[in-house]
Design a protein around this ligand. Structure first.
Ligand code: NAD
Length: 437
């Protein structure tokens, strides 16, 4: 088995490194952030991902997984070099490739023989070529660049990486494709899912197209939800009615407070920018983004409609801050838009999240109260807003909630409760795309 270096030890890089090590490969994870590497060496992970600490610890202990800031040494010892650095919004919506270019140049300088560079970061079409150019300028060694987009979901990263629906490999070099096909064979053995080999431009396009398609389903459902509310329909009934159509299916058709996270919003923007650069208007992607930005305001607007435009003196409890359950990631989380709006209108806000409180503190500081449990957040609250559908919120004790709150008003931003049940418990229920009374 080839030895592997993974450059960038974030949500993707650490998962890739730990999972490949778990399957018997020798993996060196590199990061330019010395503090991050130091804490990994001490056994502390930089973020929350279920199952990952155990996987990292086990493989570290047997010497298959190591951490370093020494990229040069890691590249010299490895045949496969993964690039898993960040590709954030450059400010104008396009993908900022600075981290990719810096990593590529350093990899090129360190190479002392043939290497396969695996582009795992989400990058605009043409980036594999760019990486090839950057590396060529720094080395005379032979190498190949393969596009290998990642489809894992935070919160389910290990299962997604080790049992993927498909693996996409973008290269015209058969030998490189064969190396990756062999490496990934254990991940599709039981499912029989495909390893698709294609040109690198198509592989890069697949990732943006997949994210845009999923984001589109969410925005279209949110649009249906807003209309359902006005015409007296219930979006949950509508969802079931359309989801059972096999041509549509049940995935990604849940109405809510909009999508967030580090991928959908930035990848949509990058796709729109890529289109513009090539003379395509990308009208659907633009509308999906617009609808989502508006949707992030819907819950706070319902609160304002209910209590009046000044929320001064109102105490609001917010359950859930991460952009989705089972992660501590709050990048572009709808919760931030909701909380900022409530604070802006004068409310005092108490928040609770099972994993994302520390990350939230970095952004919200001391402007909100951080509660020990989800029930603690409710003391004397005028309203409860459910923003992230963590499992522990689902079977809540409504009698206890009722006792704790000043007024039993519930804004269910993820439609996780049965409205009638909450009314029977004495609550005033406001969902997304559902009748209030
Ligand atoms: P992240 O911000 O969590 O991690 C990036 C890491 O790269 C950081 O630890 C940073 O210190 C390190 N880094 C930056 N420049 C470096 C350099 N020159 N050398 C070494 N290390 C360097 O990012 P992430 O969420 O893991 O995402 C990485 C890429 O994968 C992005 O392109 C993202 O769009 C894509 N992706 C993310 C997900 C996800 O769910 N997070 C899923 C699929 C694809």
């Amino acid at each position: 088995m080839p030895s592997i270096a993974v450059v960038g030890t974030g949500y993707v890089g650490l998962t890739v490194g730990a999972c490949l090590a778990e399957y018997g490969n020798v993996v060196t994870c590199v990061d330019s952030d010395a503090e991050r590497i130091e804490s990994l060496l001490q056994g502390s992970l930089p973020f929350y991902e279920p199952g990952l600490p155990e996987l990292v610890g086990r493989n570290q202990a047997v010497g298959r997984l190591s951490f370093t800031t020494d990229l040069d040494d890691a590249v010299k010892r490895s045949l496969l070099i993964y690039i898993t650095v960040g590709t954030p919004d450059a400010g104008d919506g396009s993908a900022d490739l600075q981290q990719v270019e810096t990593a590529a140049a350093a990899i090129g300088k360190a190479m002392n023989g043939y290497r396969i560079i695996v582009m795992k970061s989400t990058v605009p079409v043409g980036t594999s070529e760019l990486v090839r150019d950057v590396i060529s300028r720094t080395t005379d060694e032979d190498f190949d660049v393969v596009s290998n987009p990642e489809f894992l979901k935070e919160g389910n990263a290990i299962a997604d990486f080790t049992r993927p629906d498909r693996i996409v490999i973008g290269t015209s070099n058969r030998e490189s494709a064969a190396v990756l096909q062999e490496l990934y064979a254990p991940f599709v053995r039981t499912t029989g899912n495909p390893i698709l080999v294609m040109d690198s431009a198509s592989a890069e396009m697949v990732k943006y197209a997949a994210n845009a398609m999923l984001a589109t389903r969410i925005s279209v459902m949110n649009e249906f939800a807003n209309l359902s509310e006005r015409v007296g329909a219930d979006i949950e009934s509508v969802r079931q009615g359309i989801g059972h159509d096999h041509r549509i299916g049940n995935h990604f058709i849940f109405a809510g407070v909009g999508f967030g996270g580090s991928c959908f919003p930035k990848d949509l923007k990058a796709l729109i920018q890529l289109g513009r650069r090539h003379g395509c208007k990308m009208e659907i992607a633009s509308a999906v983004e617009r609808v989502n930005e508006e949707q992030k305001q819907v819950l706070a607007e319902k609160v304002i409609e209910r209590f009046g435009s000044s929320l001064t003196g109102r105490r609001i409890a917010v359950w859930g801050l991460s952009f989705k359950p089972k992660t501590d990631d709050i990048r572009n989380a709808p919760s931030l838009a909701v909380v900022e709006r409530l604070l802006g209108d004068g409310a005092s806000v108490a928040v609770y999240d099972p994993a994302a409180m520390n990350r939230a503190k970095e952004i919200l500081g001391d402007r909100v109260t951080y509660s020990e449990t989800h029930y603690d957040a409710l003391e004397d609250a005028d309203a409860l807003l459910v923003v992230t559908e963590w499992a522990e919120f689902r079977n809540a004790d409504f009698k206890r909630i009722r006792r704790l709150m000043r007024t039993p008003v519930l804004f269910d931003g993820r439609n996780i409760y049965d409205p009638q049940m909450t009314r029977d418990e004495g609550f005033e229920y406001h969902g997304i795309g559902r009748r209030t009374n």
